[in-house]
Design a protein around this ligand. Sequence first.
Ligand code: ZN
Length: 242
Amino acid sequence: MATSLVLADVHSNLPALQAVLQDAGRHAIFDTVLVLGDVVGYGAEPNECIERLRDYPCVIVAGNHDLGSVGRADLSQFSAEAAAACAWTAGRLSLASASFLSALALSAVQPPFMLVHGSPACPVWEYVVSASRARALRASCPQSHCLVGHTHVPAAYDMEAGASLAASAGARLSLRDGRFLVNPGSVGQPRDGDARAAYAVFDTDEAVLQWFRVGYDVEAAAAAIIRACLPVSLAARLRVGC
Ligand code: ZN
């Protein structure tokens, strides 16, 4: 059985990433890990998260925080706390991590998917939050389906019907018929009111994608943020998942 792990918005949250890798490992051995950007930013362990992901065969695209942390995006485009976290991250990155982030592409193809952080039309910055927008974006997606991150909210849209589909923990979506735009949710900074880390698994043989949530040591991640003198609000939001 060929299986891909689908991750987005890790945001330097090592306890969340470790919990996801461990939990996902119970379902299958992964041929590929598809990472939809924002490996770094907000959290306190950027190098550790990059190194952990590089243990796996990964396809990774750049998110706005990845770009902002290596001078590839102007920090004036970020909120104050996001810009502060990018600047902090820039000062912490190892040489290897910085060159890794500097080399990330803005989009990638891993059939049947196009991978971007934002949207197929605006790969870094657009938040896709409606079925009507997902439908309009189908012309910009050269693959059958599109995997996105950025909103930190699990979601699935039928790009042909312009409909929202279930994407809560346990939901399963067959990709055999139709074209879909899918967000696995955020590993390291969920924003849907559920503090648990989010991820998805794609079974290539069955063409079925499934969403999962797993609890992790939120207090360890929050304590690392506070120790690092990052904005305290970044620690607080992890506890409530928004
Ligand atoms: Zn993000």
